[in-house]
Design a binder for this molecule. Structure first.
Ligand SMILES: [Zn+2]
Length: 114
């Protein structure tokens, strides 16, 4: 899937140019819910993505999705973790991101007015 993201100066970036998880975390519709009954403690949130829900711990960077269980090594994090960190403010929105290309739910969450 050739998803791309447009930088504020108009340059298009593709996943090969970037961390794939970050790009997907910015673009894909995901809802981050931090008062969900399955989310315990200050660092746990529930991320809804494609009608599935995953429990993410943003502090220890753990996620219940299959990608995190089987395919990633300790160096990598999945898109759900990145998204949860962006939504909770634990990860800063990179300065190069064109906010108009960011998923609405994340933009509203961060209360970014354009
Ligand atoms: Zn995940």
């Amino acid at each position: 899937m050739a998803q791309s993201i447009t930088m504020s100066d108009g340059t298009e970036l593709r996943p090969s140019d970037l961390e794939d998880a970050l790009l997907r975390a910015l673009r894909e519709p995901m809802l981050v819910c931090d008062d969900h009954p399955d989310a315990w403690g200050d660092h746990q949130v529930v991320v809804y993505n494609e009608a599935r829900e995953y429990v993410v711990n943003t502090d220890v960077e753990h996620c219940t999705c299959p990608a995190m269980q089987y395919h990633y090594d300790a160096e990598e994090v999945c898109k759900h973790i990145v998204r949860a960190q962006l939504a909770t403010g634990e990860r800063e929105m990179p300065a190069w991101v064109n906010l108009e290309a960011v998923d609405d739910m994340l933009r509203r969450r961060l209360e970014v007015e354009r």
